[in-house]
Design a protein around this ligand. Structure first.
Ligand SMILES: Nc1ncnc2c1ncn2[C@@H]1O[C@H](COP(=O)(O)OP(=O)(O)OP(=O)(O)O)[C@@H](O)[C@H]1O
Length: 234
């Protein structure tokens, strides 16, 4: 099983319960939208999935590896795009990719080939030598996505990856990541509070106040369903 399984996950900040009995699975090659308003617990869940935080409550399995028992094997199968941009703006586009490749133990020709392939795919090959600072917001985000995939993970986690982008760029990035699931078989967990980023064919998990309220095909009319379940607009 190369997907993601989350069972009965719980986490508290002191007395504040942030996640409670969170259970859902994302099958291999599926795009799963994790929809929740601010404070639903999405960032806490991502912190647990990437082992920034640990918990004794529940279990996470990544591509068949138990994250608590085999963290190195599990984390090697994950690529992450965090909410806050993390490119080094003073390094070139290519160096940003090579640096990340090195963190994953790739170097020399293999790393250079993967960086080149990633830039080709984004249509950015001619910008390899430019500083990341020269890129617009959309290109920076695409670079971060390419960088998260440089070690060829099975699962891509994105925490509100379109924050701060204009509507057209947001739509293009959302399309791009949907195509990574549909065409490349990548398993995607996409956290968002925006219903227009969810497609009818997606798996939709609605998280609210630390609990999963619904899990299934998104279908149409996500906004109405979200309002009915949570009493909030997204
Ligand atoms: N360090 C902390 N100490 C106490 N409570 C916290 C802390 N971090 C988060 N929380 C609370 O835990 C709950 C879940 O927060 P979390 O940041 O995971 O939600 P989120 O869905 O990612 O929201 P956002 O989009 O605003 O980041 C919220 O009620 C939040 O106020």
């Amino acid at each position: 099983m190369s997907g993601l399984t989350i069972s009965n996950l719980g986490y508290s900040y002191g007395t504040k319960r942030a996640l409670d009995g969170v259970t859902f699975s994302v099958p291999a090659g599926r795009f799963c939208a994790l929809l929740g308003p601010n404070g639903a617990g999405k960032s806490t869940l991502f912190a647990l999935l990437t082992r920034l935080f640990t918990t004794r409550e529940g279990k996470i399995t990544v591509a068949g590896h138990d994250l608590a028992r085999a963290p190195r094997a599990a984390l090697a199968r994950i690529g992450v795009v965090f909410q806050q941009p993390t490119l080094d703006l003073d390094l070139t586009v290519q160096r940003n990719l090579l640096y990340f490749a090195a963190l994953h133990g790739l170097s020399g020709r293999e790393a250079a080939e993967r960086a080149e392939a990633a830039l080709d795919r984004l249509g950015m090959a001619e910008r390899a030598g430019e500083k990341a600072r020269a890129l617009n917001g959309g290109h920076r985000r695409r670079m971060e996505i390419a960088r998260a995939l440089i070690h060829r993970p099975d699962i891509l986690l994105l925490d509100e990856p379109t924050v701060g982008l204009d509507a057209a760029t947001r739509a293009a990035i959302t399309d791009h990541v949907h195509s990574l699931a549909a065409e490349d078989g990548l398993t995607v967990l996409w956290a968002t509070h925006l219903t227009d980023e969810v497609r009818p064919d997606d798996q939709l998990v609605i998280l609210h106040k630390g609990r999963v309220l619904s899990d299934g095909p998104a279908g149409t009319d996500v906004t109405r369903r979200f309002l009915e379940l949570t009493g909030e607009t997204a």
